[in-house]
Design a protein around this ligand. Structure first.
Ligand SMILES: NC(=O)c1ccc[n+]([C@@H]2O[C@H](COP(=O)([O-])OP(=O)(O)OC[C@H]3O[C@@H](n4cnc5c(N)ncnc54)[C@H](O)[C@@H]3O)[C@@H](O)[C@H]2O)c1
Length: 346
């Protein structure tokens, strides 16, 4: 029987609790044995909720204890590089939430540390494990709609992310915090790297919400040209109020494919004719991608057990960060930006 993989969670916020739930409730091959969180009452509340005894207020303290094989890092983006490198240097496998980091130099440091210390690195792109996205990918690969020519991908989130994420210097903004998944999935589904992007942003609600951070935006639209010659479009809206909405449409030479819908359940109720048909929508990202989160974590644990590299690694995380940086440069400079400009290639 394979050894159970002992995991320490780093960061007990929104994403941290989703992964803790997956480990505790769905993945017998992994055991959540420790938790790191600097805010004492947040630490105790999460540790109590998931019945974890080993509690630490810093990763350094957890590493000193050291009785785990892997970390799951779910902290704000600006802390990712330091924590991921520290864990890798201590010989711990790393599951790191998206966005991988703030800069490409940080991504390179993380990738190099993981390689140097022989640990696996998986980035939290759960859509690649979502059963619908996987089915679409396989059918695209099988050539069902022919060569993909055009892709449209949207991610609209209902509520504001935590305050650190409003600040572009700490998060790279909506293009990173929400649209990292679109950058990754459009590249994955189209089987091609983006070559050029053009982004427009707007800020409709920031002022009313009291957000004073410079450069805050809550709407973004990006046009993409891929190296394959295909075209793409990504939209991000947050907060969008109406629910969590993540849908993709791909037009191929022989047909069209749509992934996802707004309906969260195949239940429709009608009680009065003025209201019409009422059907539940997806309310949160945790709900929409429930299986994606479980299956990505199970994949990480199985990769460690079987000593096989994760199928979504640092290279993919780095590409998504490059796209975020190109998109940001595009709306700042009000012009299309080639990926090679941010990748440092001439
Ligand atoms: N894959 C997804 O769909 C998804 C969804 C939400 C968030 N995320 C990502 O997860 C990460 C965290 O986002 P969140 O929304 O959970 O943020 P959050 O603010 O809710 O939680 C972050 C937690 O990390 C803690 N923290 C800060 N510095 C720390 C440190 N040095 N060591 C340990 N803990 C520390 C904070 O106190 C906080 O409790 C971000 O990278 C975000 O983009 C991914």
């Amino acid at each position: 029987m394979s050894k159970v993989i002992r995991v320490c969670l780093v960061g007990a916020g929104r994403a941290g609790k989703v992964h803790a739930h997956s480990l505790v409730s769905h993945i017998p091959a992994g055991e959540l044995v420790g938790i790191v969180e600097p805010v004492r009452d947040v630490l105790d509340a999460a540790a109590d909720q998931f019945s974890i005894e080993a509690r630490f207020q810093s990763l350094e303290a957890a590493l000193e204890w050291g009785r785990f094989d892997a970390v799951v890092i779910t902290t704000p983006t600006f802390t990712h590089k330091t924590l991921a490198v520290m864990a890798a240097e201590a010989g711990k496998h790393v599951f790191l939430e998206k966005p991988m980091a703030l800069t490409l130099a940080e991504c390179d440091e993380i990738i190099a540390a993981a390689e140097r210390h022989g640990v696996f690195l998986q980035i939290g792109f759960m859509r690649r494990f979502d059963p619908e996205f996987v089915a679409a990918y396989e059918r695209l690969q099988a050539g069902e709609i022919g060569r993909p020519m055009l892709i449209k991908s949207l991610s609209h989130g209902p509520g504001l992310p935590p305050p650190w994420a409003w600040d572009l210097s700490k998060s790279n903004g909506l293009l990173a915090e929400v649209n990292s998944h679109d950058w990754d999935c459009t590249r994955w589904l189209m089987g091609s790297n983006p070559e050029r992007v053009y982004a427009e942003i707007a800020n409709f609600k920031g002022k009313a919400l009291g957000i004073e951070v410079p450069d805050f935006y809550d709407n973004v639209l990006v046009n993409i040209r891929f190296e394959s010659g295909a075209l793409g479009c990504i939209s991000g809206v947050c907060p969008c109020e109406y629910g969590y909405d993540a849908r993709v449409e791909i037009v191929g030479e022989r047909g069209i494919m749509q992934i996802g819908e707004m309906r969260g359940q195949a239940v429709v109720v009608c009680t009065n004719r003025d209201q019409g048909l009422v059907t539940p929508i997806y309310r949160t990202w945790g709900q929409r991608f429930a299986w994606g989160y479980i299956l990505e974590m199970e994949h990480f644990i199985h990769c460690i057990q079987r000593e096989t590299p994760p199928k979504v690694g640092g290279h993919d995380g780095r590409w998504a960060v490059a796209c975020v940086l190109a998109g940001t440069k595009s709306f700042r400079e009000e012009r299309p930006v080639y990926l090679r400009e941010v990748l440092g290639e001439t």
